[in-house]
Design a protein around this ligand. Sequence first.
Ligand code: MTE
Ligand code: MO
Length: 363
Amino acid sequence: MHNGDAAPRRAGRNVLPRLRRAAGGALSRAETERLVNLALAVLLASAIVTGLAANTSGTPAGRWLIVTHGVAGLGLLVLSRRKTRIAGRSLNRPRRRPGHRLSLTLAALVVITVVTGLIESTGTAYWLGPLTTMQVHIGSAVAAIPLVVLHFRSRPARPRAADLSRRTLLRAGAVAAAAGGAWVGWEALLRTTGAPGATRRFTASHERGSGDPAAMPVTQWLDDAVQDIDAAAWRLRAGSDDYDLAVLRRMPQDDITAILDCTSMWYAEQEWRGVRLDRLIDLGDAPSVAIASATGYALRLPARDLDKLWLALDVGGRPLSAGHGFPARLVAPGRRGFWWVKWVTSIQPSPVPWWVQSPFPLT
Ligand SMILES: Nc1nc2c(c(=O)[nH]1)N[C@H]1C(S)=C(S)[C@@H](COP(=O)(O)O)O[C@H]1N2
Ligand SMILES: [Mo]
């Protein structure tokens, strides 16, 4: 970690003073504090928004989300020394402002989030105790959101019209440049040290078990349990038709090479084999298709994607294992792992557009 924050500091030291002179000299302490707090608010908001959005994205267009996410996170580090000084002065006042414990909790959560983000990017620690590094990262970030809101409500860092002046914009540019420099430096460090993270995907996921389904992690979104399904009793309800496994196996199968990219840090490329959904069901005019699991896990996908979705029965030339969704699971190339419903029991036309649903499954 020390190497990590050395980069922003070095960049900050060179760039900031020069720009500060160009921007018309020093500001009062109160004005500096207000601007630092404002910058932190902007960085926190962009880190949170890009982090959540990046988790839904599975196409290369989502890459800029991850880059912005990293730059915003490192921007927090760039400003951390100044913020520590501001907070230190505030805490050392004879009469502390109310809510300082909340602020310290918030600070701790932000530190945990940034540090786990950095650990994440190195690809060296999938687990942190009983939780995955990503669970700690997302968990602390989500826990921080209400505290961020409370914090800025009691200590508003109000923007002013003058913030659009050349001097403040130059300062914002300097912080952005330092954060961008830190990002470039951190990536270079990952490459030169040969950290596993150097080869992570544009989604920031690390390769695990490609071509070897048994080595691919078994991952549940929230609280589903691995289903032990009796193949003889299993039925798929697709529209008004019932399929059993033997019938499905006699249908035309496609071989699909596709990457399953979970939101919790890993991806794997496998050879899947299954039945294309448009051969299983005719949606008519329905705008979306609803896919449901034996567990109740369910979601909707756009009708126009029906010929780009498969109900897979095999992976790597063998039937799915229970953990990976036996007897049938969705293969949704280009979509993040949570769309790849396992233990599918129902495929139905839905009258509701696919986007009328929570951005993430709720079970
Ligand atoms: N029924 C059901 N399907 C599910 C999930 C789940 O919790 N329940 N998790 C999803 C998530 S988050 C991922 S990443 C993939 C993981 O697939 P795998 O366990 O075969 O690796 O399954 C998806 N399908
Ligand atoms: Mo996942």
